[in-house]
Design a protein around this ligand. Structure first.
Ligand code: SAH
Length: 251
């Protein structure tokens, strides 16, 4: 008798931003699978087995989860934010598509989570209020020239852009290159936000402009939001400004 597999987004960090459905699914699991720092965010429970892994082995992790499910375990696969945004849900479905036919009959549930871009946007006001897109700057899973092309087209099309995987030790220069490329299309006063470790104790938010932005403000916990020509700042005395993108674009 095969078990169940639940793919869970834990939210951006704080327990309040992990949904009740996600919490219930974590409690019901016999086995937890995920990148070790994400598993550390899940409270320990007796009779639950943890399978922490490195961040780079997503497909191996997915196959491991599916083998355990087929063997009758109740598996929870965890990602940060939403599991479908640059995270494990796609890896699971890729493994199912290319795996044994029996995996297509497994009991799979995906539980949505609050992605970093939504948590960051809520802190700032409403920067994602009109059309937007999300782009990962990691070139582990796609060629860098494609990232450059997408950045250029997104800026040209007037999307607010949420940049994920902005900076890591393995890729220290991508963000600087991305900001330079965006500056070829967008005006220098375009609002740029570095939102780091949102909803965690070390949360930091820097609101700046494209001309003033420095890639050094980001690390691997940072989401960078790039506004559009419509994105507005509302200044407030003694407090950070609100940032919003209006619901309408002039004709
Ligand atoms: N599935 C996740 C994204 C995983 S990719 C989601 O939906 O949020 C990892 C990247 O997400 C990080 O490099 C960073 O760019 C962003 N990120 C994750 N948690 C974050 C947080 N609390 N604050 C800011 N950015 C975060």
């Amino acid at each position: 008798m095969s078990g169940t597999i639940t793919i869970i987004g834990l939210g951006p960090g704080s327990s309040g931003l992990c949904t009740p459905d996600a919490t219930a699914a974590l409690e019901a699991a016999s086995d937890l699978i995920g990148y070790a720092p994400y598993l550390d965010r899940v409270p320990e429970r007796p009779h639950q087995t943890r399978h922490p892994s490195d961040n780079r082995v997503e497909l191996d992790r997915a196959r491991h989860a599916l083998h355990l499910t087929e063997a009758g375990h109740h598996v929870a696969v965890v990602s940060s934010g939403d599991a479908g945004v640059f995270a494990m849900a796609s890896a699971i479905f890729e493994a199912i598509e290319h795996g044994p036919a029996s995996w297509r009959s497994l009991d799979v549930t995906v539980i949505p989570g609050i992605s970093a871009m939504f948590a960051a946007a809520a802190r700032l006001g409403a920067p994602l209020g009109h059309d937007f897109c999300a782009i990962s700057l990691s070139d582990n899973l796609k060629p860098w020239p494609l990232v450059r092309r997408r950045l250029h087209l997104a800026a040209d099309a007037g999307f607010v852009i949420a940049l994920y995987n902005t900076r890591s030790q393995a890729r220290p220069h991508h963000l600087a290159e991305a900001l330079t490329l965006l500056a070829e299309t967008l005006p220098p006063d375009t609002p740029v936000v570095f939102a780091t470790a949102i909803s965690r104790p070390d949360e930091q938010i820097e609101i700046t402009t494209l001309a003033e932005s420095r890639a050094e403000s980001a690390d691997m916990r940072t989401l960078v939001l790039i506004g559009t020509a419509q994105t507005r700042l509302i200044d407030r005395p003694g407090q950070a400004p609100w940032l919003y993108t209006p619901r309408s674009v002039p004709a």
